[in-house]
Write a protein that binds this ligand. Structure first.
Ligand code: GLN
Length: 204
């Protein structure tokens, strides 16, 4: 018996509602995550865009940092968009408290400076078929280093990495939830199905 996977969206701050709306369009179950007990039911987690300093502070206050980190180490698919990518990264510039440090990437917050703090560009994404992805960058981080196990999915013309994958961890500097293009969300759902199947096997 297969049921649809449940995708959790960290709902402490930021644009979690837009992610939930897009996931609903894909027909999967969703869960807003605010307390540790809610993590037990999910097959993947999205950490949305917003303000990474606020999200990391709230992760501590709600005692979510360690439980999420442990699940990530155990294979839970986790996708961070923009501020979420900062929360997921091994190292991030100008963060005043610990993040999840799960993914072997280093990011520079607000990498694109004030003059171009928001821009949009159509980019090719490795592993995502079809037309270029319309990527919306809002005070976005740049990925400055990607470890040996990290697959670069997209980079800008100047070489700045803006999408990457390490196993079941995904990071994007931009905001697919704001564009109506659900191909990245579908990629996470496919990773969630693998995790869900594994969970089913170990609970037998
Ligand atoms: N600039 C924000 C930060 O550093 C990220 C912005 C976003 O998520 N759109 O956390």
């Amino acid at each position: 018996m297969t049921s649809t996977p449940t995708i959790g969206v960290l709902a402490l701050q930021g644009d979690f509602a837009e992610h939930i709306a897009m996931l609903r369009e894909l027909g999967v179950a969703t869960a807003e995550i605010r307390v540790p007990s809610q993590l037990a039911a999910i097959d993947a987690l999205i950490i949305p865009g917003g303000e990474s300093t606020t999200i990391t502070r709230l992760l501590d206050i709600y005692e979510l940092r360690e439980p999420i980190r442990r699940l990530g180490l155990d294979g839970l698919p986790i996708w961070g968009t923009c501020a979420g990518a900062i929360v997921l990264a091994k190292q991030a510039t100008d963060l005043d408290r610990p993040n999840l440090a799960l993914m072997d990437i280093d990011v520079r917050r607000n990498a694109f400076g004030r003059q171009v703090d928001s821009f949009e560009e159509d980019i090719a994404i490795e592993g995502i078929d079809g037309p270029r992805f319309h990527a919306v960058f809002i005070r976005a981080p740049g990925i400055e280093r990607a470890g040996a196990a990290v697959r670069v999915l997209a980079a800008l013309d100047d070489g700045t990495i803006v999408a990457a994958q390490e196993g079941r961890l995904l990071a994007t500097s931009f905001h697919p939830e704001l564009t109506g293009d659900s191909r990245f969300h579908a990629l996470l759902v496919s990773l969630a199905k693998v995790y869900q199947a594994e969970r089913g096997q170990t609970s037998k």
